[in-house]
Design a protein. Structure first.
Ligand SMILES: Cc1cc2nc3c(=O)[nH]c(=O)nc-3n(C[C@H](O)[C@H](O)[C@H](O)COP(=O)(O)OP(=O)(O)OC[C@H]3O[C@@H](n4cnc5c(N)ncnc54)[C@H](O)[C@@H]3O)c2cc1C
Length: 405
């Protein structure tokens, strides 16, 4: 009798599992059960419709630095299937890829439909069954088989792979099976600051800011920062929101953001400003240009110190210099709430990784039950890393199942 495999969820993790399992085990009867009437819907909207499938960072030790949750768990997983393997896999399956200067990898077509077509066609060619509008509501293991209760009907299967992403319904199913869960919170968001003092600067960005949260001293992120009409955004903010997702949630999204506008080293900057007093005593401070910031931003920062517009370096005094140092290296703004970044978000939380075997992605203490993708407590910063976790996990399951036979 061929073994039956039920894959719950027709997203990236579900499809990649199905294809790799079906290819390695042609005798298996593989079925994808999808709750909605659409397949791969997040793949289609991902990367602004272009699908950022992976990244060029491939060394597992370096790659894991992009995963606030999953860091240790993923190291040996990426040893088996890393970003290079993803690129090879898609190329082998007819998708030509290209790399952007920042290391993100996309299909050359710049269309996520290319990834959709690749995954869908491969499933079809391998004879994977696809059932739409099958929402799993309960799961029970009896007499060596998993009994799957869908809203529409009941089915049974030898092996179950959960690839549903996170939602309340599936968390209830997991709780009934006593699978430990880290309650999910949003990750990858931008910071809201209503009526902030820099509203007139919205659209201005700096390339090398350092950002941190005053109430949480454990993390500083650097990178581009964008001033928006609703608050602060850009890669540095997204990284901070991702690494501190749980701490920020505890603060109810109300906290003080601290900005060092150009990753200034405080001591060197202080020295530089005091040298200006000696070397350029008659120069007006407001017209200083060596700060490396957009002119409008510098003017706004200078004006907010309360220093007189025409003060020159010889008149500024120690107090004035300290005001400048503070505004350039520790600019503080009150954050009240969050917004979604280009509708792109992931959930931090999900199945506690202590309940998962990293070699097989099987759930400990449950026979023939596996989980993969965003349902696990694994998530990453932007850059193609979230899909990579789904591809690598799916590969591990497929390898484990083919070795098991
Ligand atoms: C707008 C947006 C853009 C993104 N862009 C990128 C990007 O460019 N690069 C990147 O790496 N990551 C990106 N991400 C993150 C990435 O999409 C996710 O990490 C990835 O889709 C997770 O895959 P998954 O298969 O685990 O879950 P999902 O893609 O969420 O798929 C789960 C599937 O399971 C189904 N399902 C849920 N519950 C049940 C149930 N009870 N029974 C049956 N089926 C069920 C769902 O309907 C869904 O189809 C983006 C996310 C968003 C929201």
């Amino acid at each position: 009798m061929p073994k039956s495999i039920a894959i719950i969820g027709g997203g990236a993790a579900g499809f990649f599992s199905a294809i790799n399992i079906a290819k390695k085990n042609p005798n298996y009867n593989v079925t994808i059960y999808e709750a909605s009437s659409k397949l791969l819907s997040k793949v289609l909207i991902s990367g602004g419709g272009r699908c950022n499938v992976t990244n060029t960072i491939s060394e597992p030790k370096v790659l894991v630095n992009n995963y606030p949750r999953g860091y240790d768990f993923l190291k040996p997983v990426f040893d088996q299937f890393t970003t290079l393997d993803t690129q090879k896999w898609f190329t082998k399956h007819g998708v030509n890829l290209k790399t952007e200067p920042d290391g993100r990898v996309f299909p050359v077509t710049d269309s996520s439909e290319t990834i959709y077509n690749c995954l869908y066609q491969n499933c079809k060619e391998l004879g994977v069954n696809i059932k739409l509008k099958y929402r799993l509501v309960d799961l029970d293991f009896k007499q060596g088989k998993w009994h799957l209760k869908f809203k529409v009907k009941h089915e049974a299967s030898d092996i179950v792979i959960l690839a549903t992403g996170i939602n309340t319904g599936i968390l209830n199913v997991l709780e009934k099976l006593s699978i430990p869960i880290i309650q999910p919170v949003p990750s990858l968001f931008t910071f809201n600051s209503k009526n902030h003092r820099q509203l007139n600067l919205s659209g201005i960005s700096v390339s090398n800011a350092l950002v941190s949260i005053k109430e949480i001293t454990s993390r500083i992120e650097n990178g581009p920062l964008l001033i928006t009409h609703w608050g602060y955004s850009g890669p540095s903010i997204l990284k901070l929101s991702s690494w501190l997702a749980f701490d920020i949630e505890k603060l109810n999204y109300n906290f003080n953001l601290s900005i060092n506008w150009n990753s200034y080293d405080l001591k060197s900057l202080e020295k530089h400003l005091f040298l200006n007093v000696i070397n350029s005593p008659k120069q007006k401070v407001r017209y200083w240009t060596e700060h490396g910031l957009p002119k409008r931003l510098w003017h706004q920062l200078f004006d907010s110190t309360g220093l007189k517009e025409y003060v020159n370096w010889s008149e500024i005094g120690k107090k004035g210099i300290h005001k400048l140092l503070s505004i350039l290296t520790r600019y503080e703004v009150r954050i009240q709430g969050k917004s979604t970044h280009k509708e792109e978000f992931v959930s931090a939380g999900g199945i506690d990784l202590s309940a998962v075997d990293f070699k097989s992605f099987s759930i400990k203490n449950h026979s023939n039950l596996y989980a993969v993708g965003e349902l696990l407590n694994i998530d990453a910063v932007t850059g193609g890393f979230n899909f990579q976790a789904a591809w690598s996990g799916a590969y591990m399951i497929s390898e484990h199942l083919s070795n098991k036979i």
